[in-house]
Design a protein around this ligand. Structure first.
Ligand SMILES: NC(=O)c1ccc[n+]([C@@H]2O[C@H](COP(=O)([O-])OP(=O)(O)OC[C@H]3O[C@@H](n4cnc5c(N)ncnc54)[C@H](OP(=O)(O)O)[C@@H]3O)[C@@H](O)[C@H]2O)c1
Length: 252
């Protein structure tokens, strides 16, 4: 069955990725939606009429769940046309202060889960299939006070570029999506809202538009998609200026 697998599907950008896939990839017959909150995932049964909806309510910080995903893939042998690695978290705070578990949680979810799922799903993809890895403008340059988060997103963008090359011969594309701040649960859960001058000043991206642009870029086989002229300019600046200069302006 032609399948889309979308992580972090219960809220924010992930929800827009699911609804956007319904409208942009009409041939997809089955949606595998992954997040912890089952009740939110169940809403897709009504939102995706006529489609098969597989609800995978699981914590992607728990490695044992990767074996479960591997087993479900083996049992169903889906024809995965679209994989969106969207689940992610980001916490404000200097390294060495506060709860260490928040620092390593960003690595578990943003890196380990994304890597494991991509590795497991690729064998079920074929020519024309698309991978979208949700990165961030934080991947362009380290962001003090969100050092671990920006480092995880640097990994995501670098990982994406590497697999895009590896998968070229198979006709599978990989696109890193690099939005600026968005008004989702992310900025509340990470205690960013109200505690970061940068997040007060920067222009916000609209999740629906980010998803529309991401799907356009994926269809064109682009390796990176950065929404809005403002953040495209920031990406160029971060490429041409040394990080020792950039870092004076990138504190979160
Ligand atoms: N918002 C921003 O300012 C911003 C800017 C740039 C990039 N991004 C990136 O955009 C992506 C989506 O973020 P968002 O803004 O939409 O945030 P969000 O509203 O907090 O959504 C995060 C999603 O990830 C899921 N998730 C969190 N922890 C999980 C876990 N342990 N296991 C499984 N699923 C988990 C959440 O579902 P459950 O809670 O139900 O598990 C939710 O569906 C992330 O990769 C983020 O880094 C966000």
């Amino acid at each position: 069955m032609k399948t889309a697998i979308i992580t972090g599907a219960s809220a924010g950008l992930g929800r827009e990725f699911v609804l956007g896939a319904r409208d942009n990839f009409k041939d997809i017959e089955s949606f595998w939606v992954i997040a912890r909150r089952e009740e939110k995932l169940r809403e897709y049964i009504d939102l995706l009429p006529g489609k098969d909806v597989k609800i995978l309510a699981m914590d992607l910080c728990n490695e044992a769940n990767f074996d479960i995903i591997a087993d479900i893939l083996k049992a169903n042998e889906p024809d995965v046309r679209l994989l969106v690695n969207n689940a992610g978290c980001g916490y404000l705070g200097n390294v060495g202060e506060g709860d260490w578990k928040k620092q390593t949680r960003m690595i578990d979810l943003n890196l380990r889960a994304l890597t494991a799922i991509t590795h497991l799903v690729i064998p079920y993809m074929s020519s024309g299939s698309k991978i979208i890895n949700v990165s961030s403008i934080a991947s362009f340059c380290p962001n003090p006070r969100m050092t671990v988060y920006s480092s995880t997103k640097a990994f995501v963008s670098s990982f994406n570029r590497g697999i895009a090359d590896e998968l070229k011969s198979k006709g599978i594309s990989a696109t890193a999506v690099c939005p600026g701040p968005m008004n989702t649960e992310f900025i509340y859960k990470g205690k960013i809202k109200g505690n970061s001058k940068t997040f007060e000043i920067l222009p916000y991206c609209e999740p629906k538009k980010v998803v529309a642009g991401a799907y356009r870029a994926a269809k064109l086989g682009r390796t990176v998609y950065t929404p809005t002229a403002f953040y495209k300019f920031y990406r160029v600046l971060a490429k041409v200026l040394p990080q020792s200069v950039m870092i004076n302006f990138t504190r979160t």
